[in-house]
Design a protein around this ligand. Structure first.
Ligand SMILES: Nc1ncnc2c1ncn2[C@@H]1O[C@H](COP(=O)(O)OP(=O)(O)O)[C@@H](O)[C@H]1O
Ligand SMILES: [Mg+2]
Length: 362
């Protein structure tokens, strides 16, 4: 492969998905190394403290004895990162590109992307707006619907405002409901509601993670996912299926209990259905303004509908995660995938550097 890069691997984060991020980052670190790049581990602790660590196996928690040095930013839009050393010394931390492997709030939702953008650092994955929109299932579904991409029927409920009654919701969405925070991920705060007395507790649980929640029709069917990769000309992987024996694909099934869910890649779908989900994945990606990568998750309902459930802009890279597996089965192994992702980040950065940001300049 060509030029070797210094990749700042940003992981951890002030998010309920902190632990998943660390696991994803270990796999990305290995893939980047195998692609010939140098990894500079940039850890964000659960409390939100940024440090730079010497490269090595990424520990679950920041090293005792302070292996990580506090990370500082130079606000001169040149993308300089600095590590604080003994006696207040400031040493440059050289990175060509940042790979944010952060899941959920404070990492996947545009906030970190905005910081990196402001610092002038190229970064992997969708930009500020696309990241923020995809993290908000309410906003994302509205944009998808406006672009003609089918989504499940839902009602948006805000904390501190009156919620519709169960009877009202059931009348609009059917008797089986799903309640979920608009933001968040990894099934945190997601609950199935089948009776009136379950609604309030489910909303309260969702409101622990976001002040906005979605009540959706419960879709009966299969869960299919597609990995998408690229900037202006995104490509879709073969679809994969999550076959879950749990009541739904919850946190436990995703990361803990290997028996509760299994990945089937490629998914056993009729060729026309497989083509439809791949085409819809690219449509959804474009409608939401995604670049770099995203995983588009679907319901293929028993009644024949193909619905986009959600779009994840920093999908998991754990050993039980679909995104890298779907690419592998499509012919792109993890090192080539990781390499492609950092190249896409640099391509976009160079392209956008040509945009006019001043007035009246010649
Ligand atoms: N409307 C729905 N109908 C049926 N199952 C759902 C619905 N919404 C969510 N689920 C189940 O809950 C899981 C997590 O919900 P999801 O919206 O994907 O949130 P997260 O961002 O936490 O992954 C899904 O993978 C699916 O198993
Ligand atoms: Mg999901």
């Amino acid at each position: 492969m060509s030029e070797s890069l210094r990749v700042g691997l940003l992981f951890g984060g002030r998010s309920p998905e902190h632990e998943v991020s660390v696991r994803s980052a270990r796999n990305v670190r290995r893939a980047l190394g195998e692609a010939g790049h140098t990894v500079v581990p940039l850890r964000i602790s659960r409390a939100g403290r940024w440090t730079v660590e010497p490269d090595g196996d990424l520990a679950d928690e920041p090293g005792a004895g302070g292996a990580g040095r506090p990370l500082l930013f130079a606000a001169d839009a040149t993308g300089r990162l600095l590590a604080e050393g003994a006696g207040g010394a400031l040493d440059p931390v050289e990175v060509d590109v940042v790979f944010p492997m952060l899941h959920g709030v404070n990492g996947e939702d545009g906030r970190v992307q905005g910081l990196l953008q402001t610092l002038g650092l190229p970064y992997v994955g969708p930009d500020v707006l696309a990241s923020a929109v995809c993290m908000d299932k309410d906003a994302a579904k509205r944009l998808l619907a406006a672009a003609g991409v089918p989504v499940a029927a839902s009602v948006t409920v805000r904390a501190g405002r009156p919620a519709p009654s169960f009877a009202d919701l059931a009348g609009r969405l059917g008797p089986m409901l799903f309640v979920k925070p608009a933001g968040s991920g990894s099934s945190v705060g997601v609950a199935k509601v089948e009776a009136e007395d379950g609604l309030r507790p489910a909303l309260d649980a969702a409101f622990r993670y976001d002040r906005k929640a979605l009540v959706e029709e419960a879709v009966v069917g299969r869960e299919i996912e597609v990995a998408v990769l690229g900037n202006e000309e995104p490509r879709a992987s073969v679809p994969g299926e999550i076959v879950s024996t749990a009541a739904f694909y919850d946190y436990e099934a995703k990361y803990v209990d290997a028996a509760a869910a299994r990945m089937e890649v490629p998914a056993d779908l009729a060729p026309d259905v497989a083509e439809r989900v791949r085409a819809l994945a690219v449509e959804a990606y474009a409608a939401l303004g995604c670049e770099g990568l995203a995983r588009v998750d679907f319901f293929v309902a028993d009644d024949g509908r193909v619905l986009v459930n959600e779009v994840n802009t920093i999908p998991g890279f754990t050993e039980r995660s679909m995104y890298p597996v779907m690419w592998e089965r499509t012919g792109l192994a993890p090192p080539a995938l990781a390499d492609r992702l950092v190249r896409l980040a640099l391509e976009r950065h160079r392209r956008d550097a040509a945009l006019v940001t001043t007035w009246g300049g010649g």
